[in-house]
Design a protein around this ligand. Structure first.
Ligand SMILES: [Zn+2]
Length: 344
């Protein structure tokens, strides 16, 4: 009996070694270890043996069974491993690689950069940390000028926040306009550029106001530049943003760094100028501040105002994105809320 057991064990081990398929392995396991398997039968017959034989043979039979169960498990694991390595089910759906996308403000910014690049404008970048001189004084907003009150900002060293004394203190820029001066100083005249960028103001935030926002500045300086050039460029911008039917109009408005200054308005794209909730019943959307560059600003940029003239304009990218996508709260842009961002 002992001999028979050992022989059977060796027989099973030999067969195990050559098995390459899972179903053959399963059949073999049933043949020997199943309920009616050969080894199972022997194990059952141990019960009929004498007490003495039970002790030795019973022990051996159990040991062999445990060893074989392990070997089968090992063989099974080995087959599963190789099966995984060799077999690829090409019909299974792929694993989606999640990618982000551009922020709605960046989408609008890219569109505007493309448009102005096609008109021959450079797109420039400027420092967000600016000096009081570039942000205000050089733009014809001297110390004590009331226009400063409209643009309270973040001063970097609170103890030196004496903007009204006109010192060259550092602050977070309130507008992209300081780049008018820097661009003229660097490139001289003639020049055509736009400056998209982030600006800051010490604002109480609400649905229309945010302490951090985006503007686009535009500047064109050359000989014999006049209001009609400004109007033409802003008309092209409006048609690009709101469609070919868009009408542009200009109404006088004061800005310290232009003379004359104007408020640029586009016919409401939602109602076509009839008047609706978006345009507050006026039929017009106030979008852009613009005008002819003030001679003092040209001088600050190192450009001779007797020889050159220029126009400048600026508008909020956030506001454009809000109009384009129908967003009713400016604070959503920087909220980091994925439910909001995934809509674009
Ligand atoms: Zn309207």
């Amino acid at each position: 009996m002992q001999e028979k057991l050992l022989k059977l064990k060796q027989e099973i081990l030999n067969q195990l070694e050559s098995i390459k398929q899972a179903d053959v392995l399963r059949d073999l396991e049933i043949k020997y270890l199943g309920r009616k398997g050969e080894l199972t039968k022997i194990l059952r017959s141990v019960a009929d043996l004498s007490v003495e034989e039970k002790k030795t043979l019973g022990k051996l039979a159990n040991e062999i069974k445990i060893e074989l169960v392990d070997k089968f498990a090992e063989a099974k694991a080995g087959l599963e491993k190789t099966a995984g390595a060799d077999y690829v089910d090409a019909t299974l759906p792929g694993v989606e690689i999640k990618a982000g996308h551009l922020h709605p403000i960046t989408i609008i910014q890219n569109e505007i950069e493309d448009l102005f690049a096609s008109l021959g404008f450079m797109a420039l970048d400027g420092p967000e940390l600016e000096s009081d001189y570039y942000n205000f004084t050089a733009l014809n907003i001297p110390p004590y000028h009331p226009a400063r009150d409209m643009q309270d900002t973040f001063y970097i060293n609170p103890s030196s926040a004496k903007a009204s004394e006109g010192k060259h203190e550092l602050l977070m820029r309130t507008q992209t306009s300081p780049m008018q001066i820097r661009a003229m100083q660097k490139y001289g005249a003639p020049i055509k550029c736009i400056v998209p960028g982030r600006c800051f103001r010490s604002e109480a935030t609400d649905v229309r106001h945010e302490h951090t926002f985006y503007q686009v500045e535009g500047l064109m300086v050359d000989e014999n530049i006049n209001f009609s050039h400004l109007k033409a460029i802003l008309e092209v911008l409006g048609k690009k943003l709101f469609g070919p039917e868009t009408v542009f109009r200009m109404r006088p408005k004061f800005y310290p760094f232009v003379e004359p200054g104007s408020n640029g308005e586009y016919s409401c794209f939602l109602c076509g100028g009839k008047g609706c909730r978006l345009c507050k019943g006026t039929g017009w959307l106030e979008i852009v501040g613009c005008g002819m560059v003030h001679p003092s600003v040209l001088k600050a940029g190192g450009v001779d105002p007797k020889k050159y003239q220029g126009f400048a304009f600026g508008y909020g990218l956030d506001r454009l994105a809000m109009l384009k996508y129908g967003i009713n709260d400016i604070r959503l842009f920087h909220s980091g809320d994925l439910k909001f961002l995934k809509q674009f």
